[in-house]
Design a protein around this ligand. Structure first.
Ligand code: FAD
Length: 473
């Protein structure tokens, strides 16, 4: 009987254990993608993610086509769509690679049970992580909540090799089931806010491989030095590819091993970032409430001061802090923001502005092409000081000093905030302090806003709020 290979966040034909198992099973192989928004619970993919998904599906379909296979598309509840496809094709098995988001785990478990009860073979595999969340435990058998010991522990274990997929042995069915057209999934925006995405991204699996290959071949030598510099192309930009599974983390390790780069300084640092991704997934798996609630329960009582006007200024990149606004505009224009700047903008929102971290996480969810429930939750809880191994709440980033340190020439600010281009480098991160020639004709308050809150005042307000929380304990 045919096997349905149910693609999800594993949109690749290499290192895909479910696909390889389907091929090994013998019968014909029917690749399927189901756009099941309800199945994602409260975390339906945001606008930017949908953009990426459209292109990733197009790419996957083209790759499958080269091997005589078609990507069958469905829309609606996964359970009923699978049922329909099974009836239409006479499939005897459904294989897929696992996901770890709480709502998806529940949905998939039900599907597995229902399929098994009907006498079908339902099997799931690991393609998304190096180590599955339940594999790594500390000495007391509990999940790690501090990154360094977690990653040390992981690195003592053998890193699984990518799975070889033998597509030449894949058989196509005699008749293909009905499919929806990609356009029917309506993933692309109706208003063209995505024009800035195209010059920034090539959302194909081949592009991910190329970027990874280059990085590994260079032993990620510039990574340690440049990874905090948003004015440079100093990081891999692999995050959306990893999220959608156009490349897998085991392939990342294998590429570094191939070039003997795992042990170099840059290699170790880069692979430890993949470790943060793994760490985020194991946190989400063991603490499924964290996308909306703080891991450290005392933060449930934090005296946030929700303010729509402040939130909106932050979202639009109009806070008056150039490094923050540059980041928010980079995010809006390209669907991505540099990690250092993510930390700075998050700090400003949750500390200076006292807006709940969940609001920031939601905005990122809708605007990031790499929006990922595990990493986004971890990033926001880290920034708000309420997560595992988080930055302590009382450490408040100074957006001026951060800008001066990590964008020393102001190139990043000038790239994303055209109205500040004429401003002298000496004051580009605090233009409200400039005067005369330094401003090059720019009028602060007219051409670009004055700071939404004074840094010292914001810092003190944040510390007072934290003090109230501590007093409650
Ligand atoms: P590189 O530096 O090249 O890192 C390589 C890979 O390691 C990344 O592609 C990513 O998969 C992983 N990685 C790196 N840093 C982290 C980290 N801190 N946590 C988890 N994984 C990491 N990352 C997402 O993929 N999706 C998100 O939704 C997301 N939201 C974030 C929100 C906040 C507030 C913060 C502070 C960070 C967030 N991150 C998120 C983590 C990080 O910013 C991005 O993974 C990184 O900027 C992606 O760029 P890169 O691929 O060039 O990273």
């Amino acid at each position: 009987t045919p096997t349905l290979i149910w693609f999800r966040q594993d949109l690749r034909i290499h290192d895909n254990p479910a696909l390889q198992a389907a091929i090994e099973r013998g019968g014909s192989v029917i690749p399927v993608y189901l756009f099941d928004e309800a199945g994602e619970g409260d975390w339906r993919p945001g606008g930017a993610s949908c953009w990426w998904l459209h292109h990733a599906l197009q790419d996957l379909a083209a790759q499958l086509d080269k091997h005589g296979l078609r990507l069958i598309l469905g829309i609606g509840q996964s359970a009923s769509e699978l049922k329909r496809l099974i009836a239409e094709t006479g499939a005897g098995a459904v294989y897929w690679n696992r996901r770890y988001e709480p709502a998806v785990i529940l949905r998939d478990a039900k599907i597995k049970e229902a399929l098994t009860q009907r006498g079908l073979e339902a099997k799931s595999f690991n393609s998304a992580l190096v180590f599955e969340p339940w594999e790594i435990k500390n000495q007391s058998g509990k999940p790690f909540q501090v990154f360094t010991p977690y990653w040390k522990h992981c690195l003592k274990r053998a890193i699984p090799a990518p799975v070889e997929v033998e597509l030449k042995h894949a058989h196509a069915p005699r008749n293909w089931p009905a499919t929806r057209a990609l356009e029917e999934l309506a993933l692309l925006p109706r208003i063209a806010w995505d024009t800035g995405f195209f010059p920034f991204w090539t959302p194909t699996s081949a592009a991910a491989k190329q970027r990874l290959g280059k990085l590994a071949a260079s032993h990620a030598s510039g990574y340690t030095r440049n990874r905090d510099r948003p004015d440079m192309d100093g990081t891999s930009r692999l995050s959306p590819y990893l999220h959608f599974g156009q490349i897998g983390p085991r392939e990342v390790f294998a590429a570094f091993a191939r070039y003997d780069a795992e042990g170099t300084k840059g290699g170790r640092k880069f692979l430890s970032e993949i470790g943060w991704r793994e760490f985020s997934y194991q946190l989400l798996y063991h603490f499924p409430h964290i996308p909306t609630e703080p891991l450290r329960a005392e933060f449930n009582h934090f005296p946030w001061e929700m303010d729509e006007t402040l939130l909106s200024a932050w979202q639009k990149g109009l806070t008056g802090y150039p490094i923050v606004d540059a980041g928010m505009r980079q995010l809006w224009t390209t669907g991505w923001m540099h990690n250092r700047v993510r930390m700075i903008v998050a700090s400003l929102l949750v500390k200076h502005l006292l807006v709940p971290w969940q609001e920031g996480a939601r905005w990122f969810w809708d605007t990031l092409v790499d929006a990922d429930l595990a990493s986004n939750t971890q990033g926001w809880q880290w920034s708000a000081g309420c997560g595992a191994d988080a930055a302590p709440y009382f450490r408040v980033f100074n957006p001026i000093l951060q800008g001066q340190k990590f964008d020393p020439n102001g190139d990043y600010v000038r790239e994303w905030i055209p109205e500040l281009r004429p401003v002298a480098t000496s004051i580009i991160h605090k233009p409200w302090e400039g005067g005369g020639e330094q401003l090059g004709g720019v009028v602060i308050g007219r051409d670009y806003p004055t700071p939404i809150i004074d840094h010292s005042r914001g810092r003190n307000r944040a510390l007072q709020a934290y003090g109230k929380l501590k007093a409650l304990r």
